[in-house]
Write a protein that binds this ligand. Structure first.
Ligand SMILES: O=C(O)CCC(=O)/C=C/C=C(\O)C(=O)O
Length: 287
C-alpha cells in the first residue's frame, strides 16, 4: 500500500470509551491496514496532537505494512476536555486501554513522545500483556534530573505558554524546542497557534490540573524493572525540556532496553531527524 492521499482529515475518527472513571470521547487517526499496530502518543505541549507530533513518521510506517493509530490524549486536540488532579501518565494509559479495547487490539507497539513516553511506560506497567515493543522519545518517566534544575527551562516556557497563549510565547518556547530553529516556518507557528486557540478549554484545564497536582508525571524509576518489553529509547543530546539523564535512568531500569542519542537534536527527535528515526524504528520493530 502507498500512503499517497493519507491526511489528517482522511484518517480522523472518534470513539466513546468507558474505562474506570473515564467516560469520554477520544479523537484518533487510523492509518494503514497491517497485522501489527503501532500506537503513537503525543507530548504535552499546548496545541499538540498525534498528527502535529508524528506527521513525518506515519507514512513510512504505513508503507512498511503497519496499522498506525495516533491517539489524542484526553485534554488535547479533538478529544474531550478533562482536569487531571492525579497521575496524567496513568490517566492517559487508561484512555489507551479503552481505545485498544474499542478497536479490538490485543497487543500494540507503542511509540511515545515526551508525555507520550510517560504514558507508554504507565501502560506497560499496568497492562503488560497488551504491549509489543516500546519506543520512548524524550520521555518515559518523571522525576528529578541529576544535572539540570527542574522544572527545566523548556517546561517553564511550556507552562507560561499555557497561561498566556500568544505567538510571542509560542516562538519563545519553540526557539529552544528543536536544535535547528531554521527548520521552523511561519506556517508551522501559525498552525500550532490556531490549534491552541481553538481549544481554550484544554489550555485552562492544563493550568487547573497543574495547580491541583504539580507532579502530573510520576517517577516510575523504582518500577522500571517490571517492564520486560523490548524498548528503544531515543533522546536528543540538546534536549532542554526533558534532560538526557532521564533516558539513562530508563536504560538502567528496563532490562531489554537500548538507547540512541542524536547529536544536534532537541526535544523532537522523531521530527528533527525523521528519516534516520523512521529507519531505526522500522528496524527495531522488525527484528
Ligand atoms: O513535562 C514533561 O515531562 C513532559 C513534557 C512534554 O510532554 C512536552 C512535550 C511537547 C510537545 O511534544 C509538543 O509541544 O509538541
Amino acid at each position: 500500500m502507498t500512503t499517497q492521499g493519507l491526511t489528517e482529515a482522511s484518517t480522523s475518527k472518534f470513539v466513546h470509551i468507558k474505562e474506570g472513571e473515564l467516560d469520554l470521547q477520544l479523537h484518533y487517526n487510523d492509518a494503514g491496514k497491517g497485522a501489527e499496530t503501532v500506537v503513537m502518543l503525543h507530548g504535552s505541549g499546548p496545541g499538540a496532537s498525534g498528527w502535529a507530533n508524528f506527521n513525518r513518521n506515519v507514512h513510512p510506517l504505513v508503507d512498511a505494512g503497519y496499522r498506525v493509530i495516533l491517539m489524542d490524549s484526553p485534554g488535547w486536540s479533538k478529544s474531550d476536555p478533562i482536569v487531571c488532579s492525579t497521575s496524567r501518565s496513568d490517566l492517559n494509559a487508561r484512555a489507551l486501554k479503552g481505545l485498544a479495547d474499542a478497536l479490538d487490539l490485543d497487543r500494540v507497539h507503542i511509540l511515545g513522545n515526551s508525555m507520550g513516553g510517560h504514558t507508554a511506560v504507565a501502560f506497560a506497567l499496568t497492562y503488560p500483556q497488551r504491549v509489543g515493543k516500546l519506543v520512548l522519545m524524550g520521555g518515559g518517566t518523571g522525576g528529578a534530573s541529576a544535572f539540570v534544575p527542574m522544572p527545566t527551562e523548556g517546561i517553564k516556557l511550556l507552562q507560561n505558554l499555557y497561561r498566556e497563549p500568544t505567538i510571542d510565547n509560542l516562538k519563545k518556547m519553540m526557539s529552544i524546542f528543536v536544535f535547528d530553529t531554521s527548520s521552523l516556518t511561519e506556517e508551522l507557528f501559525q498552525t500550532r497557534l490556531d490549534n491552541m486557540l481553538t481549544r481554550q478549554d484544554h489550555l485552562d484545564n492544563f493550568v487547573k490540573s497543574a495547580a491541583a497536582n504539580p507532579k502530573q508525571f510520576p517517577d516510575f524509576s523504582a518500577r522500571l524493572g517490571e517492564i520486560s518489553a523490548q524498548t528503544l529509547i531515543v533522546w536528543g543530546r540538546n534536549d532542554r525540556f526533558v534532560p538526557m539523564d532521564t533516558g539513562l535512568r530508563l536504560l538502567a531500569g528496563i532490562a531489554n532496553a537500548q538507547l540512541h542519542v542524536f547529536n544536534q537534536c532537541g526535544h523532537w527527535a522523531q521530527w528533527e531527524h525523521a528519516d534516520t528515526f523512521n529507519r531505526m524504528v522500522m528496524d527495531f520493530l522488525r527484528n
